[in-house]
Write a protein that binds this ligand. Structure first.
Ligand code: PLP
Length: 374
């Protein structure tokens, strides 16, 4: 009997459910003849800001650009330092470097996020901001991070790329720091049908600067006061996002049900550590840990048996070849390094069926059993 492989995520299932709405919205933009900017983009920006209880939402081309634009709007650049996590997607660190500033990596804790107890020791006279990442849909400890930032007069830029709809003590991520940065990459909690991103802020001056920076730094036609980017959210993506935003909470509830079921079905399985569950988590990923150097063997065998998993992320930022010049050593950020060797993200998407999940669980148990038997 051939088994249909279980993918890590399946976007086609969602399209089957809301494809008609998406097609209509996209066709309306095509028919309007206004493809960049305009009412469709402004409508989504307002809806996205309102969803977060924020004054301003500013669309842009990607989550990567959102991080760059946010740092530039705060006038962060050469000579400055930005504290962030070493356990993230590369764009977080990359965009700090792209401004000319230096990323300063602080180790994580069991939440996979920045360990707030280690931040203060990393602050120097050059530190300008803290950039927490809400990894896998779990908020970083924003109470402690905001308190440290206020005490040291630092800005906070939240990397919410993986966490749209996540809450920290009933507040949405992206509503606590000076600027929240979001990605609408298709597999995110709120994903579009291409690239897209947005920033949220309550500060009208910052919002104004973000709008200028995303449009070549121009203050009026062909008058450029800053060096910016071409980073506009296009009309078709904005229209699709307006269709999808009202579903976001429902999709997160579905992710939570799947995560609860993984917790129940995998609770007694030896050889794995399950992710912590906390209020407000949105489960963009369900990431287990497999120690004793067995993670890659488990992943390969799962693939052979038709379960495709992901490793986010195998190399922490401080050990990336491009950052060799920053002088970090192996062993310096041990929690991030251990996570990089142990994490395995199981298939997780809102439309995942119980039968698919049962197959993942059964296959994982088989593989772990095989390894335990030697
Ligand atoms: C934590 C994090 N930051 C930033 C980004 C960049 O977002 P985008 O792919 O939209 O540029 C991602 C995307 O994967 C991410 O996971």
């Amino acid at each position: 009997m051939t088994v249909t492989p279980i993918p890590p995520f399946d976007l086609s299932e969602q399209f089957k459910l809301i494809g008609d709405e998406i097609n209509q919205a996209a066709l309306a933009v095509l028919g309007s003849g206004r493809y960049i900017g305009g009412a469709t983009v402004e409508k989504f920006e307002q809806e996205f800001a309102a969803y977060h209880g924020m004054a301003e939402g500013i669309g842009c081309n990607s989550g990567t650009d959102a991080l760059f634009l946010a740092l530039r709007a705060l006038e962060i650049g050469p000579g400055d330092e930005v504290i962030t996590t070493p356990f993230t997607f590369f764009a977080t660190a990359e965009m700090i470097s792209a401004t000319g500033a230096t990323p300063v990596f602080v180790d994580i804790d069991a939440s996979f996020n920045l360990d707030p107890s280690k931040i203060a020791a990393a602050i120097t006279p050059r530190t300008k901001a803290i950039m927490p990442v809400h990894l896998f849909g779990r908020s970083a400890d924003m109470t402690q991070i905001m308190a440290i930032a206020e005490a040291h007069n630092l800005a906070v830029v939240e990397d919410c790329a993986q966490a749209a709809g996540t809450e920290w003590q009933s507040k949405k991520v992206g509503s606590m720091g000076q600027i929240g940065c979001f990605s609408f990459y298709p597999t995110k909690n709120l994903g579009t049908c291409g690239d897209g991103g947005a920033m949220t802020t309550n500060d009208p001056e910052i919002a104004q600067r973000l709008r200028i920076l995303r449009d070549h730094g121009r203050t009026e036609t062909y008058r450029h006061e800053y060096l910016g980017l071409n980073s506009r959210l296009d009309g078709i993506q904005a229209a699709i996002l307006s269709v999808k935003l009202p579903y976001l909470d429902q999709w997160i509830a579905q992710r939570c049900r799947i995560a609860d079921r993984y917790h129940t079905l995998l609770a007694a399985v030896p050889g794995i550590v399950l992710p912590q569950t906390v209020d407000g988590i949105s489960w963009n990923q369900f990431t287990i840990r497999i120690g004793n150097g067995l993670r890659d063997q488990v992943r390969d065998r799962l693939r052979e048996l038709g379960v495709i998993t992901m490793v986010y992320y195998p190399i922490p930022m401080h050990l990336q070849p491009v950052y060799a010049g920053l002088g970090y050593q192996v062993g310096q950020l041990p929690q991030a390094e251990a996570a990089a060797q142990e994490v395995l993200s199981l298939p997780m998407f809102p439309e995942m069926s119980e039968a698919q999940q049962d197959q993942v669980v059964k296959t994982l148990k088989t593989v772990l059993g095989e390894l335990a038997a030697g």
